[in-house]
Design a protein around this ligand. Structure first.
Ligand code: ATP
Length: 364
């Protein structure tokens, strides 16, 4: 299975630039997810890979085969051998499941006996072996989505391109479909590019994730890297829940920084590789705010803060409390419930990320 290289892709729609000089490398056999808010350019990227959009500049290569190069299409969409599944599965209502799945093979003039064998094989793969003769209206949404996937796999693709394929399914089925597709993908081993705006989906489904905003890539990394070490304020805010607190970096040597966080009495000494001083925001995940309980010296250390609980929610496997730190609303989560009207908390420097504030993270 080839890897995929996008280099300097720019795509303009009239006066709107949908992709700005976008470069990405997808490794052979991995599930690579494009994650970002609506309109950030995920589908445009996917469509450019499939050849359904022609970028204005840049190049696209499948392994060492350059399919598009600076405005020139070297390989037409139908010859790129991509299996594509869109949000609306677009399976043909007047064709049976087997006919739908066999259609790409028919287009390629695969002999009938071989075609039937492959259709049976691929329907077994997506666990629809008993549904070959049914029509789409006799299937559930999840089954229809599997038919679309089977069709994309019928002629073994070099690249599987999935554009929000689970978005029409309910939460439970979406979760089951994700697990099932991940297992199937590792069995087939096909290089997969997956588009979603759902961060939970991206984190649980992918080998690596590219976080996009406004036609640019902000960070590429494993789900854990993206979650634990967001590269900038946008990624910190978009992926997972982040509490963003106003702060000021008062000293920084390129390995650690001394930062005053609004509402916390004493400056914190935080690992940080940037030497810039001045106004910043610090991000801390709700589960990383330490709760001090009665009996462990509550309220005595200067870095601790005791604040009223403004809201509480039971979320099955954890509890969430709403508090304020220096006037900023903050969420704190824990698996152990806390009684009483107040929380005593502290921030552990190792769990804090510092971002210089230059602009609104949702602006360019
Ligand atoms: P969503 O999650 O909502 O599907 P997306 O991240 O996939 O969004 P794209 O569909 O790639 O975003 O669109 C990127 C930008 O390009 C958007 O501002 C969109 O309005 C614009 N755009 C996309 N396709 C076209 C088109 N055919 N003509 C004009 N503008 C377009």
């Amino acid at each position: 299975m080839p890897s995929l290289h996008l280099d300097g892709i720019t795509k303009q729609f009239s006066r709107h630039t949908a992709l700005h000089d976008l470069s990405l490398t997808v490794r052979d056999g991995e599930i690579f997810t494009l994650l970002g808010p609506s309109g950030c350019g995920k589908s445009t990227t996917l469509w450019s890979i499939a050849g359904l959009h022609r970028p204005d500049s840049g190049s696209i290569a499948f392994g060492d085969r350059v399919v598009f190069d600076h405005g020139r299409v070297n390989v037409e969409p139908e010859d790129r051998n991509c299996g594509v599944v869109f949000q609306s599965y677009a399976i043909w209502p007047h064709m049976s499941v087997a006919e739908n799945v066999g259609y790409p093979l028919k287009l390629r003039r695969t002999p009938a006996a071989r075609r039937d064998r492959r259709v049976r094989e691929v329907l077994e793969l997506v666990e629809l072996g008993d549904h070959a003769l049914k029509y789409p209206h006799q299937l559930s949404g999840g089954q229809q989505q599997r038919v679309a996937l089977a069709r994309a796999l019928a002629h073994p693709p070099d690249m599987l391109l999935l554009d929000e394929p689970f978005s029409n399914l309910d939460a439970k089925l979406r979760d089951r479909s994700r697990q099932w597709l991940k297992a199937l993908q590792s069995q087939v081993g096909v290089t997969t590019v997956f588009v979603t705006h759902d961060q939970d989906e991206a984190l649980s489904f992918s080998d690596r994730v590219a976080v996009m905003n406004r036609g640019r890539v902000h960070q590429v990394g494993t789900p854990e890297e993206i979650y634990r070490y967001p590269a900038d304020l946008f990624v910190a805010d978009f992926v997972g829940t982040a509490n963003l607190l106003p702060a000021e970096v008062v000293a920084a040597d390129g390995t650690r920084a001394r930062v005053r966080v609004e509402g916390i009495g004493t400056p914190l000494d935080v690992p940080h590789t940037d030497k810039r001083l001045g106004t910043a925001k610090v991000s801390v995940r709700p589960e990383n705010i330490h709760i001090h309980r009665a009996g462990d010296g509550t309220g005595t250390a200067p870095d601790r803060l005791t604040v009223p609980v403004e809201g509480r929610a039971y979320l099955g496997d954890h509890h969430r409390y709403s508090i304020r730190i220096g006037g900023t609303p903050v969420a704190v989560t824990t698996t152990r419930p806390v009684d009483g009207a107040e929380l005593t908390i502290s921030l552990s420097p190792e769990d804090i990320r510092i971002f210089p504030v230059e602009s609104d993270p949702y602006e360019e």
